[in-house]
Structure formats: structure tokens, C-alpha cells
Ligand binder design. Structure first.
Ligand code: 2M8
Length: 430
């Protein structure tokens, strides 16, 4: 084992708060949904029990209606805003801990398959009951997605808040977010800019709109039907839909192993619906997949990493293979490390500002996975190698400047450590 692999494991240990992992100390002091799913896969490369535990702690926050919240507030902390008082969601699920009121990308199902497969190769038959329990939690959340976030049956699931996407201040949301009021009743006490430079974080007006949205949904008492009608921000997101579709395929794989026939049928229907929805979002002229603004009815054409995420779920046609390869190469041209989260030739590109240009290791991990699935192994290997090099050069930072390779945002970041462990594990097992 290399020193750097050791260091990655040490970060997960350092950020462990008793069976769950915070994304990083102070800046993000709670359990985040998709961070934990990625982290559980990192753990699976060296500690299967801890990997399971990460997901088990996450479902402690699952709502009665199946939603898996984006933050679980296991213990209080005053180093993050907005905390549980701003969300005020306690009536939506009958047990502790308190949670936020929105969700995040459902990487959970992908993670569960990943760790279950490793457990099986290690001959760990004893994980069956744990797998079954987590499988049913995931299934309930997928039902929630289909019912609550695709009520108009487009085959695409919608986000009602940019934080749900995980790509908080992506240029993809600019136009839709501009329609949201900046007026808030809640005092905005940002903590993030005490930990990292404001130049790397979303703008103040973004935060005003983020909090305004929370207030609108809080006034709906977090009732999903009321929220759908009241939402001033509503986007059918291809990145979210692709992750849900892929996670659904992974749950089908688990259900087959567990011999759950009804569940296989149910999930197969969901899978078909989502793949049909995604296929309709491909745009030849843009060489990628685009989200749909459900309020304006318009395509969101801003070139962001979401263009390529559907590859994790879909088998592309031959002409699409070439198009995607050329487009990704164009985005990476002249960069020390790709893939930038916004195309560098776009007027929205900012190499250091959060989701407006920087490279994110977990996004590269998804892109690598999608390229491999689509027989673009050479390009996948280049991106994988660059990601590993960026981390080895700049450390386990939250994200990286694609032009300089500089590490930015939070330090000792859990999902960057997890990405390193998983990408290295894959390379070592090739
Ligand atoms: C960032 O999002 C949180 C809100 O959820 C924030 O900025 O306060 C995003 O990068 C998100 O994708 C990530 O899950 C979270 C924790 O790492 O931080």
C-alpha cells in the first residue's frame, strides 16, 4: 500500500464522527447524502463493515415518505449555515436525527451495489441482512423520486433547489435561479466564507435565493405536492436522472442476487422510463445531454459536466461516441487537469469558483465510469490518470483549478479521498 493510499484512509478516519463521515472538518460538520454514498465506496476498498455503516447512518435520516435528505444533523454544530432551525422539518419523519428538507443525487444505490459486490468477493455472506435492509431503503427512495419529482411523467426527475443537484452554483441554474426572489425573512449568517475564500464560493445573491427557496418550501410544511405547485425553481435535471437510472440498474442487480422478483419488475419499469426520458435530452449540436427548465419550458444549454453524466446510465449510439469524445477533449484542451465543471470556452467559466469551472474528483469518477461503460476506455484512462495525479500533486482538496492544477476549497476532503481510493483500487485490479 502506498503512502498516499494510507493518507486517503487517514482522512476518512479523521472525518469519522462515529459511523458517519463529515465531508470535511468545520466547513461541513454534518452527514451529507451523496458525499456519504461516495465515501462508503472508498471505505469498501479496505473496510466493508465501515462501508455498510456509512449507509446505515444515512438512512437514520430517511423521511416517512421515502426521501433521503441531503443533510442529516446527527449532532449540533454552529460552523455551518443553514442549520436545523432554518429547515424546521422535524414533522416529516418520526425519529431523530433532524435533517434538511431537500435531497441530493441518489448515488446510494450505486454505492450499495459496489460494496455488496466487494463483500461477495471477500466471501462475506453475513452482509445479506444488512444489504436487504439498505436495498429496501433505497427502493423506497426511488419510489419517492418517481412519484414526487416526476409527477407529470416525463421520465426525468426534477430538482426544486440548486443544492439538490450537488452542483450548487452551476451556470446551468443561472437563468432559472434569476427568477427567484432575493428577499428572505431569515437572517443569512454565512459560515462558509469564514473557512474558505469568498472568491471560491457562491455569491451572496445566490445565498439569498437559496434561502428564499428554503422559506417557500418550509411554508409548504415540506409537503411535496404543495412544494411542486409553489416551486419558483423547477428543473428536470439530466445529471440527477442519470444517477437515478444508473442506481436503479444497480438495485436491479442486487434484487436479482436477493431473488426479489416483484422488486426486479418494479425497478425494471422505472429504469425503462428513465432511459427513455434521458435519450430525449441528447442534443447533436451541443454534443451532450441537456436539462429542461420546467418553468420556462426551455432547454438549459449551458455547457456543464452534466452534459456527460448520462453515460453512466445509457449506451450511446456510435455517432454519439465520437461526438462525446471530441467534446470532452475540447473541454480538456490546454487544461492541466480536466474535466472542468463548466466548459473553459464558455463566458461563465471561472476556474476557481466552486461549480463554475473547477474539477471535482467525484465527477471525474462518474465520467470515467460512463466512458468505460461506453467503450471509450482510452479517454477514461487519461481522465483517471489526471485525477489521480492532481490529487497526488495538490492533496485531498475539495476541488481543483483546471488551468493550474491548484487544490482549492476545503482541506482533507472525504469524497476526494474516497475517489482516490476507488480509482486506485480499480487500477490495481485491472
Ligand atoms: C456543497 O454543497 C453544500 C450545500 O449542500 C454547501 O455548499 O453548503 C456541494 O459541493 C455539494 O455537492 C456537497 O455535497 C456539499 C458537501 O460536500 O457541499
Amino acid at each position: 500500500m502506498s503512502d498516499i493510499t494510507d493518507a486517503a484512509r487517514a482522512i476518512l478516519a479523521f472525518n469519522d464522527r462515529g459511523g458517519y463521515t463529515v465531508p470535511t472538518d468545520a466547513l461541513y460538520p454534518f452527514q451529507w447524502n451523496w458525499d456519504s454514498a461516495f465515501v462508503s465506496m472508498g471505505f469498501a476498498t479496505f473496510n466493508i463493515d465501515r462501508a455498510y455503516q456509512e449507509l446505515e447512518r444515512l438512512i437514520e435520516g430517511q423521511w416517512d415518505d421515502g426521501m433521503l435528505p441531503h443533510i442529516v444533523f446527527h449532532v449540533p454544530s454552529d460552523t455551518y449555515f443553514p442549520g436545523p432551525d432554518v429547515w424546521n422539518t422535524h414533522h416529516r419523519h418520526h425519529k431523530k436525527p433532524t435533517t434538511s428538507g431537500i435531497t441530493q443525487p441518489p448515488v446510494f444505490g450505486m454505492a450499495l451495489r459496489y460494496i455488496y459486490e466487494i463483500a461477495l468477493t471477500e466471501g462475506r455472506e453475513d452482509v445479506l441482512a444488512r444489504t436487504r435492509l439498505l436495498f429496501h431503503a433505497a427502493l423506497r427512495s426511488h419510489r419517492w423520486w418517481m412519484k414526487v419529482r416526476d409527477p407529470e411523467k416525463r421520465g426525468l426527475v426534477a430538482i426544486l433547489h440548486p443544492w439538490e443537484s450537488g452542483s450548487d452554483n452551476s451556470p446551468a441554474w443561472d437563468e432559472a435561479l434569476a427568477r427567484v426572489s432575493t428577499i428572505t425573512k431569515t437572517e443569512i449568517c454565512r459560515q462558509d466564507t469564514k473557512h474558505v475564500s469568498a472568491a471560491m464560493r457562491p455569491h451572496h445573491a445566490d445565498y439569498q435565493r437559496f434561502i428564499h427557496l428554503v422559506e417557500v418550501y418550509r411554508e409548504c410544511k415540506w409537503d411535496p405536492v404543495k412544494q411542486w405547485s409553489a416551486a419558483p425553481f423547477k428543473v428536470a435535471d439530466v445529471q440527477m436522472t442519470a444517477i437515478l437510472a444508473r442506481a436503479t440498474a444497480d438495485l436491479i442487480w442486487i434484487a436479482s442476487h436477493l431473488n426479489l422478483l416483484d422488486e426486479i419488475n418494479e425497478l425494471s419499469t422505472i429504469h425503462r422510463i428513465l432511459l427513455d426520458g434521458l435519450r430525449g435530452r441528447w442534443r447533436n449540436n451541443l454534443r451532450g445531454f441537456v436539462s429542461l427548465d420546467l418553468i420556462s419550458g426551455k432547454d438549459i444549454q449551458k455547457p456543464t459536466q452534466a452534459y456527460f453524466i448520462p453515460l453512466i446510465a445509457i449506451e450511446l449510439d456510435t455517432y454519439q461516441h465520437e461526438a462525446v469524445q471530441d467534446e470532452i477533449e475540447r473541454w480538456c484542451n490546454g487544461m492541466i487537469v480536466g474535466v472542468p465543471s463548466t466548459a473553459p470556452f464558455s463566458s461563465d467559466f471561472e476556474s476557481k469558483r466552486y461549480w463554475r469551472g473547477p474539477v471535482w474528483a467525484v465527477i471525474n469518477w462518474l465520467i470515467v465510469d460512463g466512458l468505460c461503460k461506453n467503450h471509450l476506455a482510452e479517454l477514461a484512462a487519461i481522465i483517471e490518470g489526471n485525477t489521480i495525479n492532481a490529487i497526488e500533486r495538490a492533496g485531498f482538496r475539495e476541488y481543483f483549478d483546471p488551468i493550474t492544477g491548484e487544490g482549492l476549497g476545503g482541506n482533507s476532503f472525504s469524497w476526494t479521498a474516497a475517489a482516490y481510493l476507488v480509482l486506485r483500487h480499480r487500477l490495481n485490479n485491472q
